[in-house]
Design a protein around this ligand. Structure first.
Ligand code: IVH
Length: 683
């Protein structure tokens, strides 16, 4: 690999990993399996090791994935962790466990030590703080440094004691995992399906979605449980990790009984191979084994990397596989026109659930596998809800099987399919006449993260097939009389639907832009574009150069946005939506005005996460006054990234306080509330 190739690959991997990390930790909706994610991460790690010139402190190899939501209105108070919440180094091979053990042996220079082997629970990390025997605070991992305060929710988890008993220390922290047992997970997804809500892909996503619910009462119904596995506090007087956990158990805390002390690699291997099978009988998900050096003084000697402890490692289990027959292949058309092949399988049991369908990704992969109807195939569950086919058992191939031919025309509307250069997928170009594309766009428009209108797929299908709704704007033309005349619509349902349409008029411009379904414009990009341009008209007239000048917007996204606004029908649709009163500008979006900055004169300097104009507006909306230069009257200097050195000097000489964007946002009721803990000790 040339240096140039390595540079490109490293950049690509960093972008991909950041995106997958967001989908995993923030959206709770991963699109690749943990295994594939780990492979990408390992590839990046080894490239960075071979090409140290491309080192970057922001690389995902050095950072812990963040579950902090980037919503402008923070639902939870953010609190700094007393000790950073780290991740674990992981591997899929026993050889690397051996390498871990001999590295530790070498560093510890012949000191006697043992290993605590434990299950690796597949849920969402939590940090509990007890003071005087009472649960004082529960924080999510967040970005490892700051976490969301979810105490009210954690108090609703049955096996988390609000009050301890026995001989507990005055103050301590204990960390662990929140899990959703399979039974509760199946029940929750069945309920969601009834309500036409998207099911959770796996119990891990369900657990982390549930712990961030806004209503603690609802959390109580989710059937969550906790298991605790780490006490970071060095002041607790226990020589070993296992003794500390035994003590925690005696205070009433939920600590797993499946822990074992192992003395050597052989015992570790036995533990691993036992649980590789036995875990299938557990009522909750595990994805591996964690091996920790048990002696706390040895842990201290080994220390930490930026991302994980050197005294622990995770051995991850390979995803379970099942063998079953491929009965037929469907070709599904999505809202973008992409045609996805989906395999219909003879139902088979896999990791606790029945699998009937699996994704085949695209035509190239199908051709490469030479997959045929009648084949016996291996299926594996990744992060996504639909499992994937990972291989074919050729010894079972029927003699008369025929190669699969990918359709040349759209299976729904018959239009010949097209494929762009560099694209893996075939597309139906008939975007305005192909039913699943039209319905898909409307469903996307209505979805929770877009306009959040109460209607599901069945409703959209009904309204579209009857010819009432061909585009999102048509929704706003519907009236009660028409709705109640339709099959299955009662007065109350119609009213609820109309009310929620009316409420959607207040949805912010950023989300309206996302709702339009412009290709490659996801939630984050929509936010970036909205904040940069301020309103839809500015985006619509922006040329390629102006679009590409926006941070994080590359050629592909810029071209897609540019093309979208060069289409007359799209412009006409936007005009109709405007006439219906939707928000097409940041300024018009309802902003909450407060007077928390009343009487303050604030000078800003440097770059912020929002534009400087937006920052000025924020100051004014909260009652403050923005001024261009620092003087004795300045209340404080709000310094972003790369602030002007002159302004800093002046502020310092006049004794004017300098505050960061984070601190400033913390002053506003409508912004992330950031609370630093009394003392911040790092290990
Ligand atoms: S110990 C300083 N023990 O797996 C690191 N973690 O993929 C302390 N996890 O971040 C973590 N089971 O959220 C530890 N028995 C166990 C675990 C465990 C699950 C999670 C934890 C960690 C992640 C790494």
């Amino acid at each position: 690999m040339t240096v140039e190739e390595a540079k490109v690959r490293i950049e690509t991997l960093r972008t991909q990993l950041a995106e997958h990390s967001r989908r995993y930790y923030v959206d709770n909706a991963p699109v690749i399996s943990d295994y594939d994610f780990d492979q990408l991460m390992h590839e990046l790690e080894s490239l960075e090791a071979s090409f140290p010139q491309f080192a970057d402190a922001d690389s995902p190899t050095l950072r812990v994935g963040s579950d902090l939501s980037d919503s402008p209105r923070h639902e939870f108070r953010q609190v700094a962790h007393r000790y950073p919440m780290l991740s674990l180094g992981n591997t899929y091979s026993i050889e690397e466990i051996e390498a871990f053990a001999s590295r530790a042996d070498k560093t510890l220079e012949g000191a006697e030590f043992s290993y605590s082997c434990e299950l690796k629970f597949d849920g969402t990390a939590i940090c509990l703080e007890y003071r005087k025997g009472k649960l004082f605070r529960a924080l999510t991992r967040g970005d490892g440094t700051m976490g969301d305060d979810v105490t009210a929710n954690v108090l609703k988890i049955k096996n988390v004691p609000a009050v301890l008993h026995g001989d507990y220390p005055e103050e301590f922290e204990i960390r662990g995992e929140i899990l959703m047992p399979f039974e509760a997970f199946d029940r929750l997804n069945a309920e969601r399906e009834l309500k036409e809500e998207a099911p959770f892909a796996n119990p891990r996503n369900a657990a982390s979605g549930s712990i961030k619910l806004l209503d603690p009462k609802e959390v109580a119904h989710r059937g969550l449980m906790a298991t605790l596995y780490h006490i970071p506090d060095g002041i607790l007087d226990y020589k070993t990790h296992s003794e500390a956990l035994d003590a925690a158990k005696s205070w009433g805390l939920p600590v797993s009984d499946e822990r074992r002390i192992c003395r050597n690699i052989e015992e570790i291997e036995n533990y691993i191979s036992y649980w590789d099978t036995a875990r299938k009988t557990l009522p909750f998900a595990t994805d591996g084994i964690v091996i920790k050096i048990n002696e706390r003084d040895c842990q201290t000697t080994l220390g930490y990397t930026a991302k994980s402890p050197r005294w622990a490692v995770a051995y991850k289990f390979k995803a379970e596989q099942a063998l079953t027959e491929l009965k037929s292949i469907d070709y599904q058309v999505g809202r973008t026109g992409a045609v996805t092949p989906v395999a219909n399988l003879t139902p088979v049991l896999l990791s606790g659930t029945m699998v009937k369908r699996a994704t085949l990704n695209n035509a190239d992969q199908m051709a490469q596998m030479d997959i045929r109807v009648g084949d016996w195939v291996y299926v594996e569950k990744g992060g996504e809800i639909i499992p994937k086919i990972t291989g074919i058992e050729l010894s079972k191939r029927p003699a008369d099987s025929e190669p699969t031919v990918f359709p040349a025309a759209c299976p729904v509307c018959g239009t010949p399919l097209v494929r762009e250069e560099d694209e893996a997928k075939w597309f139906c170009p008939n975007s305005d006449g192909c039913a699943p594309q039209i319905q898909g766009r409307i469903i996307h428009f209505l979805s929770r993260k877009a306009m959040n209108i109460l209607a599901g797929e069945a409703t959209v299908e009904q309204l579209h097939s009857l010819g009432f709704v061909k585009s999102p704007a048509d929704l706003y033309d519907l009236d009660k009389l028409r709705l109640v005349s339709l099959e299955g619509w009662k007065d109350r349902a119609a009213q609820r639907f109309l009310d929620s349409l009316a409420e959607s008029r207040a949805v912010s411009f950023e989300r309206v832009l996302f709702a339009l379904g412009i290709r490659f414009v996801g939630e984050t990009t929509a936010k970036t574009l909205a904040r940069h341009f301020g309103d839809i008209d500015a985006i619509a007239v922006a040329d390629m150069e102006a679009l590409q000048a926006v941070p994080d917007i590359g050629t592909v996204i810029a071209k897609s946005v540019y093309d979208f606004f060069r289409n007359e029908e799209h412009l006409a649709e936007i005009e109709r939506l405007k006439a219906h009163g939707l928000q097409f500008s940041l300024k018009s979006s309802a902003v909450e005005k407060t007077d928390v900055l009343a009487g303050m004169t604030i000078v800003i300097s440097g770059n912020f996460s929002i534009s400087r104009d937006a920052m000025k507006e924020l100051i004014e909306n909260n009652g403050g006054k923005n001024s261009g230069s620092v003087s004795g009257k300045t209340s404080f200097l709000l310094a972003g990234e790369k602030p002007g050195p002159e302004k800093i000097k002046k502020a310092e000489s006049l004794g004017v306080k300098i505050i960061s964007e984070k601190e400033f946002m913390g002053m506003l009721p409508d912004a992330p509330q950031i609370v630093e803990q009394e003392e911040l000790t790092l290990f």
